[in-house]
Design a protein around this ligand. Structure first.
Ligand code: HEC
Ligand code: HEC
Ligand code: HEC
Ligand code: HEC
Ligand code: HEC
Ligand code: HEC
Ligand code: HEC
Length: 376
């Protein structure tokens, strides 16, 4: 019964969404500020919780609070004859002084925000590198990596210039003439420009202000670039507004890949692979497959053999994990499968940004960590 009502809520929600999209599109063309509020993807509004989290945080992530350095991204008059020490050696994205640039809107050092971000986040030692090869030589970057800007990338997200994510413009990238296959993303879709207190300043692309706290944790002993190692990152959720699994932010653009879309008739047999979605009432755990023998929890817990041979344990979300220590726990009754179990947020060396190395198609690697011998 509970599941039935969830389905109803989901359906009504999308109906409202559909109408809102159309209305939103009209409003956007007439520049009405409330367009964004109308085309809501999420049911949650986590802004109050995020505000609490921000106040709690003595030292937040970079580009946030005390670590929001304006001059990383802005220049007041389009030129500088020397650096802040009075010398001519370069810093960050300025190779050497004197330096000047073509003045850009919002006093940005580059005309397009993506070029601004990439000027530091590609090939600068000591700054996490998110494009192709890693200058910092990490074992495995947690978020993975993109291809160059404006290149169609079959191994993850396409990074593009000139993207507007205000109002329903975000929706138009894929709807009403937009093309999902060739659409692109920009850093500011997923990362809050001026810091929001969330890990990595992650946000909902369709409603930045409403973003709830997201459960991405870095091992407390990690420092410097190792804070961005996959091995030092874990995911948790409390299944409510006070802490959502981080892939809650993927829903903004991939809204039909989770929730009731994965089990449309709610009979427990999936039509799309389940992915943890606490907001729409569809969490999961590896134990749940025991009933029909669809998963093999003992194999997941053991962590060796088929599926694990030649590939690391895939990332998972731990229900009840509220910091790295409580999220980094192997327990098949609380470990769930989420987008990050299979995909890197940015992209990877494998097709579709998959977490493990593939050869042509998908074989037992990765999949059989949870599904040993099942379905064959
Ligand atoms: C990581 C890069 C970055 C840093 C650091 C940064 N900004 Fe910005 N800022 C931007 C971008 C990009 C925009 C353009 C607006 C947008 O697209 O979100 C912007 C826009 C602005 C605007 C225009 C209003 C707005 O929000 O659109 C103001 C004012 C501003 N920034 C002030 C500051 C101040 C003050 C600081 C330091 C305390 C700062 N910024 C630090 C990237 C940055
Ligand atoms: C002037 C160089 C510079 C620019 C420009 C810049 N960054 Fe950064 N960014 C840094 C540095 C330095 C760090 C922190 C590295 C460290 O952990 O020591 C960082 C960290 C980050 C992090 C991880 C935060 C954390 O603490 O976990 C994110 C996300 C990020 N940047 C996004 C962006 C985005 C998006 C833009 C463009 C709007 C941008 N950056 C522009 C230098 C820059
Ligand atoms: C701002 C909108 C947006 C958000 C948010 C977003 N995506 Fe995407 N995603 C896209 C678009 C557009 C495409 C299709 C074009 C492309 O490959 O970039 C895509 C494609 C993908 C693909 C297929 C890539 C390929 O090579 O075919 C994967 C996998 C993916 N996204 C995973 C995720 C995950 C995981 C998240 C959450 C961390 C996420 N996305 C969040 C817009 C988004
Ligand atoms: C990354 C591409 C992408 C973006 C960006 C995107 N959508 Fe979608 N949307 C899809 C896909 C794919 C479907 C499924 C279409 C299908 O099944 O025919 C979909 C379906 C929908 C549906 C129908 C849902 C259903 O149950 O069939 C609605 C409503 C919708 N989107 C609204 C929005 C709104 C509002 C936005 C902006 C906030 C948005 N979309 C942004 C890709 C996108
Ligand atoms: C589709 C959403 C999305 C886009 C677009 C995106 N990021 Fe990220 N980014 C994420 C997520 C999610 C994480 C956390 C990944 C994890 O740890 O699993 C992340 C992590 C990071 C980190 C931490 C390093 C790491 O490997 O985890 C940095 C730095 C960063 N992003 C910068 C950028 C920059 C710069 C851009 C634009 C060139 C960008 N991101 C575009 C979603 C995105
Ligand atoms: C169990 C592993 C797994 C999980 C969990 C998973 N995916 Fe995928 N996804 C894949 C694989 C594998 C592909 C490549 C297509 C295929 O083999 O079916 C793919 C393809 C995609 C595509 C491209 C679809 C297309 O039309 O080209 C997108 C977008 C995507 N995934 C996003 C997501 C998002 C967002 C989530 C979380 C809500 C997610 N995936 C969860 C394994 C997974
Ligand atoms: C981290 C664990 C995990 C990984 C990795 C994983 N899955 Fe799953 N998968 C699950 C869980 C949990 C379910 C839900 C089982 C249930 O409810 O019966 C599931 C369900 C499925 C189902 C539907 C079963 C049904 O009848 O409802 C298929 C098919 C499937 N997975 C295939 C794959 C494939 C193929 C891969 C690799 C691309 C993969 N899975 C990777 C955990 C995982």
């Amino acid at each position: 019964m509970r599941k039935q009502s969830q389905k109803l809520v989901a359906n009504q929600y999308w109906l409202i969404g559909c109408l809102a999209l159309i209305v939103g599109t009209f409003l956007a063309s007439s520049n009405v500020a409330s367009a964004q509020g109308l085309s809501r993807i999420h049911k949650d509004d986590g802004s109050a919780y995020l505000e609490m989290q921000r106040a709690d945080k003595a030292a937040g992530d970079y580009h946030n609070g005390d670590l929001l350095i304006c001059s990383d991204c802005h220049v007041m008059h389009g030129s500088m004859q020397h650096n802040y020490e009075g010398t001519t050696s370069g810093v960050g994205n300025i190779a050497s002084f004197p330096w000047s640039t073509t003045p850009s809107p919002s006093l940005l050092k580059f005309a397009d925000p993506v070029d601004l971000c990439v000027s530091c986040h590609d090939g600068v030692a000591g700054i996490p590198d998110v494009i192709m090869g890693d200058i910092n030589g990490l074992t495995e970057r947690s978020g993975g990596f993109f291809d160059e800007v404006d290149v169609l990338n079959p191994r993850g997200h396409n990074l593009g210039r000139g993207l507007d994510n205000s109002g329903s413009n975000l929706c138009l990238r894929c709807h009403f003439g937009g093309d999902f296959a060739t659409a692109s993303v920009t850093c500011l879709d997923c990362h809050n420009t001026h810091g929001n207190g969330n890990p990595r300043n992650l946000q909902w692309a369709s409603d930045p202000e409403g973003t709830p706290p997201l459960g991405l944790f870095v091992a407390s002993g990690a420092s410097g670039m190792s804070r961005y190692e996959r091995a030092n990152v874990a995911y948790g959720t409390t299944n409510d507004l006070s802490l959502r699994e981080p892939t809650n932010m993927c829903t903004d653009c991939h809204h039909t890949l989770t929730g009731s879309y994965t089990d449309q008739d709610l009979n427990g047999i999936h039509e799309k692979h389940p992915s943890y979605d606490s907001e729409r009432g569809f969490p999961n755990d590896i134990d749940q497959g025991l009933v029909r023998g669809t998963t093999n929890p003992a194999h997941w817990v053991a962590g060796t053999g088929q599926g694990f041979d030649g590939t690391e344990r895939v990332p998972y979300v731990n229900e009840g994990g509220t910091d790295y220590a409580t999220a980094h726990v192997i327990d098949s009754s609380t470990n769930g499968v989420l987008c990050f179990s299979c995909h890197k947020a940015h992209g990877s060396a494998s097709a579709f940004g998959l977490v493990w190395t593939i050869n042509g198609g998908i074989d037992n690697k990765g999949c059989d960590q949870c599904h040993l011998g099942e379905g064959r």
